[in-house]
Design a protein around this ligand. Structure first.
Ligand code: ADP
Ligand code: MG
Ligand code: ZN
Length: 469
């Protein structure tokens, strides 16, 4: 039997706030164990939460990035369950009145993938399983970190689609400064819900859920493993159980963790300590004004209006910094294609990948150099030398080019004269030019010798073409 694969995602992203979502403890990764804690985020009885306005704004911001409807009325609810990393024995989350509803994003093939909702909630602490002798230690630093949960409709049919979708979500969240999404730090995690149904059937099959996958690669592998596992179960006339399964990335397999609970098992109810939120038009407008043009839109401009190749457009939009830098350059010197070439091949080559990528040369100096090369005042290789000197000194490109005597001071007419001379002295070489590609270097060498190396090689070539062919 042939099956349709159906996948729905729940994506958690930690929000970029200074403080936690219900207390004023710092929201930071990597602090000493239990350093950023207080009675609220360790769940002491009677401690009172106060909602962090910035977290609400960032949730709205995410909703606006993905075309969601922002609800005027939103409520925080208690989701009750016991686990040692959750000292209150409930997580403050949202169920009936989330901040954002619907929305979605379009994949490269034009297919729209719908979201169900985006809601705000708090993260739990972290259990560190040390050893048999020591046991497990709990660190509540992460407890109370603001999260958004992006829930999709069951609209994906392959690991490839999910991979593209997750990368687009992550890219937008980072670009809009909503979340860092450092997956290796758990800053973005994904739960995969997956079921199979007989091909063409419109009744969904029973799903399993794999929680907290924290790399694109493990999502991809976990999906393909689970598709095969469910196929095998169904083909042997078994039933897929609704359960949570744990993906083991080292083994490349998953295991039953527990049978899946339903919403009613959590006894959700509105948190009596937190007032319902009223979100006004002004609140939404204020957040909207913070959102930059998103990478997808920028890429379209680069490809369609600037005729930049898709791979280069992807590199230019790989961070907001690079994209803004590129656009600033284009504002100074309207030659997007050349600027793109320089950034992608020459500037990025000399910067080190890092946390906070910045280019060691400013937009004005870079465009000055590019323009000098385009105007044939500098050869490309001398342009690169000037760029390196600009970076290592504090001087501007014109100054450096002059001081280093790199400006091509020989005019085309002077070169033409020298070429005439060459023709008189070497008629045979001019004959051989058509058949022997080595002759051109000989001619350039001759011109250089007669100009103390100040001629522009590219111009010599152009003139040779014009005069000798
Ligand atoms: P929870 O997992 O918290 O119970 P939901 O029931 O709303 O929440 O579903 C969560 C996710 O599971 C959503 O992304 C949804 O699209 C997906 N989902 C629901 N039913 C199925 C199914 N039969 N097959 C695959 N995915 C499903
Ligand atoms: Mg779920
Ligand atoms: Zn706290």
């Amino acid at each position: 039997m042939e099956y349709d694969v159906v996948i729905g995602l729940e994506i958690h992203a930690e929000l970029k706030t200074n403080t936690k979502v219900f207390c004023s403890c710092k929201n930071e990764f990597g602090a000493g164990h239990n350093k950023n804690t207080c009675p609220v985020c360790t769940g002491m009885p009677g401690a009172l939460p106060i909602i962090n306005k910035r977290a609400v704004e960032l949730c709205i911001k995410a909703g606006l990035c993905f075309g969601c409807q922002i609800n005027e009325y939103a409520v925080m609810e208690r989701k009750n369950y016991f686990y040692p990393d959750l000292s209150k024995a409930y997580q403050i989350s949202q169920l009936v009145y989330p901040i954002c509803l619907n929305g979605g994003i379009t994949l490269e093939n034009g297919e729209f993938k719908a979201l169900n909702r985006i809601h705000l909630e708090e993260d739990a602490g972290k259990l560190n399983h040390i050893s048999r002798a020591v046991g497990t230690l709990v660190d509540y630093n992460r407890g109370g970190t603001p999260l958004i949960e992006i829930v999709t409709e069951p609209v994906f049919h392959s690991a490839e689609e999910v991979d593209e979708f997750l990368k687009k979500i992550r890219e937008a969240l980072i670009f809009a400064d909503i979340a860092n999404c450092k997956m290796e730090q758990g800053g973005m995690r994904c739960d995969v819900n997956l079921s199979l149904k007989p091909q063409g059937s419109d009744k969904l099959g029973t799903r399993t859920e794999m929680k907290n996958l924290n790399s694109f690669k493990s999502v991809f592998r976990a999906i393909n493993y689970e598709i095969e596992r469910q196929k095998e179960v169904l083909e042997n006339r078994g039933v897929v159980l609704q359960e949570t399964r744990k993906w083991d990335d080292n083994l490349g397999e998953n295991f039953t963790m527990r049978s899946k609970e339903e919403a009613q098992d959590y006894r959700y109810f509105p948190d009596p300590d937190i007032l319902p939120m009223i979100i006004t038009r002004e609140d939404i407008e204020k957040v909207k004004a913070e959102i930059p043009t998103l990478p997808q839109t920028r890429r379209n401009t680069y490809i369609n209006d600037y005729q930049i190749s898709k791979p280069d457009a992807l590199i230019l939009t790989s961070s907001k910094y690079i994209s803004d830098y590129f656009e600033n350059c284009v504002k100074i010197y309207n030659n997007p294609k050349k600027i793109s070439n320089w950034i992608v091949t020459d500037v990025l080559r000399i910067v080190k990948d890092g946390e906070d990528l910045t280019f060691p040369i400013n937009e004005k100096d870079l465009t000055t150099i590019i323009q000098m090369v385009e105007d044939k005042k500098l050869t490309k290789s001398n342009g690169l030398i000037v760029m390196e000197k600009v970076i290592s000194s504090n001087k501007n490109p014109e100054q450096i080019a002059k001081e280093m005597n790199l400006i091509s001071s020989i005019t085309e007419e002077q070169i033409a004269k020298i070429l005439e001379q060459f023709k008189l002295e070497n008629p045979k070489a001019v004959q051989d030019l058509k058949t022997d590609p080595k002759v051109i270097s000989f001619i350039i060498g001759y011109v250089m010798k007669n100009t103390q190396g100040k001629a522009n090689g590219a111009i010599v070539k152009q003139l040779v073409d014009k005069m000798f062919n």
